[in-house]
Design a protein around this ligand. Structure first.
Ligand SMILES: [Zn+2]
Length: 44
């Protein structure tokens, strides 16, 4: 049982992997290894 499930890719549905771009601003890049989708989010 995983404590934290990753976001699903909106295109292919595979779980996205994330990489922290800016630790101070909590800017995270989400990428899909299957279809190559890349999204960046900046949560509050
Ligand atoms: Zn995908």
């Amino acid at each position: 049982m995983s404590s934290r499930s990753p976001l699903p890719c909106p295109t292919c549905g595979d779980p996205l992997s994330f990489e922290i771009l800016d630790d101070e601003r909590f800017l995270v890049a989400w990428s899909c290894v299957t279809c190559g989708l890349i999204r960046t989010t900046e949560p509050l």
